[in-house]
Design a protein. Sequence first.
Lengths: 235, 484
Amino acid sequence: MASERHRALESKSFRFTLLTLLTIAVGGLVLLIPPAFLQGTVPPLAGVHPYTALEQEGRDIYVREGCNVCHSQQVRPFKTETDRYGHYSVAGEGIYDRPFLWGSRRTGPDLARVGGKYPDSWHWMHLEDPRRIEPRSNMPAFAFLIATPLDTTLTSRKLAALRTLGAPYSDAEVEGAAASALAEAESVAAALRKDGIALDATEARSEAIAVIAYLQSLGLALKAQPMDTAMLEAR
Amino acid sequence: MATQATARVEYDMDVVRGFAVSALLWGVVGMLAGLLAAAQLAWPEWNWGPYLHFGRVRPVHTNAVIFGFTLGVVFAGSYYGIQRLCRVRMFSDTLSRLNLWGWNAIIVAAAISLLTGHSSGKEYAELEWPIDVAIAVVWVIYAINVFGTLWRRKEQQLYAAIWFWIATIITIAVLHIANSAALPVSWMKSYSAYAGVYDANIQWWYGHNAVGFLLTTPILGLMYYFLPKQAERPIYSHRLSILHFWSLIFIYIWAGPHHLIYSPLPDWAQTFGAAFSIALIFPSWGGMLNGLLTMKGAWHKLRTDPLLKMYVAGLTFYGMATFEGPMMAIKSVNALSHFTNWTIGHVHAGALGWVGMTCFATLYYLIPRLWHTKLWSLRLADAHFWTATLGIVLYITPMWVSGVTQGLMWRATNPDGSLAYTFIETVSAIRIYDVLRFFGGAVFLGGVFLMVINVAQTIRHGSAAIPAEPETKAAPAAALAGGR
């Protein structure tokens, strides 16, 4: 009987453990191996490029503060979702995203298409005090990002690491990463000042600036693409 | 052999005592963090500066309750059960100490590093690479200690509880190493070895199997050992144990993609994830029934024994959560539930009901025996049971209503097809449920404080030193596995 044979197995700890490993390996291998090959076959999406030095720093701060705990970045192919956020998410747009930031709970709205939706100054004020813009919001205030200068000591090494993992940065981009991040920050600061926001020297190169640069980059490639509405479900 | 069988084995109970106490401590810390996180969602002014806002507090909550509390109880229970089921002392006292202190050092490092903003951004795997390396090392130490003990065992048959702990050790090692692969930039910053869709695929393969192999299999191990002991009945069916063990671990590992339904993950993978998630109800309910039917002939003990009440309620919540999970993996249901508080409610039905209740009962079982005395107050333990049950109901009910409400509002349209609600209107609509959930969590935590008092008093009245009458009552596998 099978039950008898199992009793024999129960007295062999090594065999039992090996069989356990094989049992979990089946599903694991089927789910992990084929998609690893598929990764190379994801069609390159026009307009998707590696993050600039400042955007990448902003993305790292976004991860550090756990923004992805409350904001998803994954638009599902439903009419009500694409009406609210924009083009549904596609595989090709995430090839430089380490880690992926799709999230699991929308305590706040999806941000996959937030780039260009609001002016920089909106984000600045919203980060400083979300309830000044939306009294019903339950988002934490991130005023400390405005008071904290952006640390660029690792920027070059970050881009080098991402290049090792496959992002096509040039030598000049990697070596000049810190300087280009600060230059980019200046242009964001200039846009903020134009909108009437007074910035001191620290604020003009603060972490908030990097976060804004990252947020404004989100979904731009997909915004330029026409959407295949036949893919959408009616819900 | 006869002389060996009667020889007294001195089990290592220091490591069990250490993990029992540290687990309770991390339980309090983790649930306080959870309560703070709940308050922050209901009242945003409860967010403070860089270190104590929701984005950083929430991972402290999940890491402390999963890795500090739950795994602490699993370490305690498995170190206690394995020695008795094998009738030998643990393989190495040194490895046991390294496991205890190494693991607790990891949890301290986790709490500090998460609050200071060091996160990989992957849920339930947020810790940065040096801590991930330390986790792998301590896990291997635990594995060597357990397999060394199995190697030296005096009892031929491996009882079902040990199967579940073996599956835990093997699978968590594989999951943790595969998902944590990253390229370091500095001591506390790294980038995932995977990107985009593939990163999502491997993360939720890990993420759901963390539920499967940290919050299910090792807890089933506790149930298989401690419920029959407390009920003084052998496990209902050996055959059912075999059937549900192998089918559970085979099916679980496929279920991860149900977190990625309607995402850019290839359709076939989503379909596998959904189909295997639905199939998961069978082995899950097999385990639940094997536990509940073990109570046959001992149901009357439920009237007076708060520990059995907790085990039975735990199994019942397990049955509930493993019914709800497969439903939520159905595409059309998932379309409504995904990204909403329904998921949070579902997780907590399992985490508070199944894992929480089973872990509490196991600690109530262990603490008096470890300190050679009686539980200070059975009535207080009974009060804990009712407080916890009330807390769970107060927690999960608002989360269900909140999830369905927000999900329906997101998809509601006007007659002309335009969206009926702005996003912020859906946030306002569920605010009341965030408040109710806070109170549900507070009640549940109140029960834990009753437990802290009970445990502290029990330890105060007991003694860790072995009394005149040594512990010799081995629980050979045959005695527990004597069912059909």
